[in-house]
Write a protein that binds this ligand. Sequence first.
Ligand code: CP
Length: 308
Amino acid sequence: MLNRKDVLGLRDVSREEILSILDMASEMKKRIDNPELRIPELKNTSIVTLFYENSTRTKTSFSLAGKYLGATVQDLGINNSSVKKGESLIDTGKTIDQMGVDIMIMRNSLAGAPHVLAKNVKAHVINAGDGANEHPTQALLDLYTIKDYKKSFDGLKVAIIGDISHSRVARSNVFGLKKLGADVTLAGPSTMLGGLGKLGIHTTSDIREAISNADVIMGLRIQFERFKTMSFPGLEEYRQLFGLNAEIIKKYAKKDVLIMHPGPVNRGIELSTEVVDSCNSVINIQVKNGVAVRMAVLKLLMEGGHVR
Ligand code: CP
């Protein structure tokens, strides 16, 4: 169980809590394929999703995860809400909090927005991605997928490649992977390596070095929407220096390397279509595991007994 009010980031979630979520996700995964196994354990739970930024995977999988557990799930629909009349984040949160809501799931472009919400509402708050800060449930589904294939994290070599500086996925994965004992390398243009190197993580701008001996390669989307100025000369240069194609993978990576990406993928930029669709790719499986992991987080949070 998760005896905590909120899930805001993996920086402050313990190794034991992470492992309990991964274990529970294995149970939950059985229920995705077989509706007869679905038990409405959260039938008295109400969930509201507040997505101030676009999402396909996270929003839909949280919504389905709640419904598979029998919860009532409502999306605020930010674009048609009073947010568009200028209502503040705190006032919006306090308003929703009055409606008998147990869990609020928030995505926002501002780092720290879910933390502000969590301080101002009685409901549990789950961070579904805040700016370049954290995306804890994405990292949890990534950890689940890695564990499913590689069994142990001890000494496992994970290369995270691409737009590190804008990546909340990279940050949450670094916190989670380090807690579980993996050996992480971050690779990308020096202008996009951000501050994660300061956490004692090996960084390089040579992707060949990063992928040699890697057990897992995690590609990241270039987040053009967060650029104030371009961090590299052009897309063709990026593709040549940092794009992962079948030739590079064949030449430098292990035969059984796991290719991951949180999605959505800029096909042909960070990963070639051949790599995305290769037999080493588990990108679609990550999506399915996302539902299982989010079911586990919702269930464990509601069972945690945290007094609100
Ligand atoms: N990986 C991820 O967060 O995808 P969405 O933006 O589609 O939710």
